[in-house]
Design a protein around this ligand. Structure first.
Ligand code: SF4
Length: 324
């Protein structure tokens, strides 16, 4: 079986490493060309959220490389992600490709979903593949995201928003690397392992590296006062983590959302209020097919620069009041 799947930043290689266990030839496009993503937008609808267009673009590239089966993340959440595979299947058929799009739910359903695609895979093997993937995701997160010290002269910025745009560098135009090069430390509130083990982390059954649970619990309580409802996607997490970063003395927050994102655009005014109430700057970045990298760089430089000045200003104030 030639099986394609969409890229997802640094995590893309995790699936390809599972290829020998599954006995599938796994195909992933390394870079999805801009013109293919634009074509996807045309077949889905301009108003559809950017990750839907981007992942369809990945599939088109996989089909060109001969994929006859495609894996699309599904989830138990409430958002449009659960319907991508249906729309993408229709678009691929219209484009003349024969491949079948299979929804894969992340969690206890994953092994069953793998077997539904390929019944020749025994249950134990499907579980083995799934557990190896979880282990690899956890250790990759340890590699990718370092702990940020509380006391540092460098500016500390928290990253919140829609998970695919936060994790896929082709979508966010290498946002984390750009900000780090500008001399700031970045804490990502949504590594893939948080998405996978959210239930366990939130119940305190697993410890989140580099996160203070008591502050996080307090932030969750406060977040509920601002928005007392589940919104789907990671909208609630964006609220919780923005408060968490403010309580934890971070210098600023970057809110990342793709064009057309329902949960993140819904909670955007809440983050603006939190920014005022907690006196923490929040910059919103909306990504879509036509995001211009030059404009993005300028905004990031200005934001990091303001954070640096605020931090220096605060330090000087403390020195004056100490009589130094
Ligand atoms: S969270 Fe946003 S980007 Fe993701 S499916 Fe929902 S609307 Fe689309």
């Amino acid at each position: 079986m030639k099986v394609g799947y969409p890229s997802m930043g640094s995590y893309t290689r995790l699936l390809s490493e599972l290829s020998p266990h599954l006995g599938w030839e796994l195909i992933t496009p390394k870079i999805t060309p801009q013109r293919t993503i634009e074509l996807s937008g045309h077949y889905l609808n301009e108003m559809m959220c950017y990750p839907a267009k981007f992942t369809l673009g990945s599939f088109i590239e996989c089909c060109k490389q001969g994929a006859d089966h495609l894996l699309m993340f599904d989830s138990c959440g409430k958002c449009r992600l659960t319907t991508y595979w249906i729309l993408q299947q229709r678009a691929l058929n219209k484009l003349g490709f024969n491949a079948t799009v299979h929804p894969i739910r992340l969690g206890l359903h994953t092994p069953g979903d793998i077997q539904a695609i390929d019944p020749s895979i025994p249950s134990w093997k499907a579980w083995h593949v799934f557990i190896s993937f979880l282990r690899k995701a956890l250790s990759l997160d340890t590699e990718l995201y370092y702990d940020i010290p509380k006391e540092t002269t460098l500016v500390r910025i928290g990253l919140v928003g829609e998970i695919f745009s936060v994790l896929e560098e082709q979508v966010n135009r290498n946002l984390i690397q750009k900000v780090e090069k500008m001399g700031a430390l970045v804490h990502n509130s949504l590594p893939l392992s948080y998405f996978i083990f959210k239930g366990l982390y939130n119940r305190g059954w697993m410890k989140r590296r580099g996160m203070d649970r008591q502050t996080w619990l307090f932030a969750r309580e406060q977040a509920h006062k601002y928005f007392p409802k589940e919104i789907g996607g990671h909208g609630n997490e964006s609220i919780i983590h923005t408060i968490y970063y403010a309580l934890n003395g971070f210098d600023g927050v970057i809110h990342v959302l793709p064009f057309g994102c329902m949960p993140e655009s819904t909670i955007a005014p809440i983050l603006d209020d939190i920014s005022q109430d907690y006196n923490i700057p929040v910059m919103r970045l909306i990504f879509d097919v036509h995001t211009a990298e030059g404009g993005l760089d300028t905004r990031l430089e200005a934001f990091v620069d303001i954070m640096k000045r605020r931090k220096d200003g605060r330090k000087n104030k403390i020195k004056v009041s100490d009589g130094v």
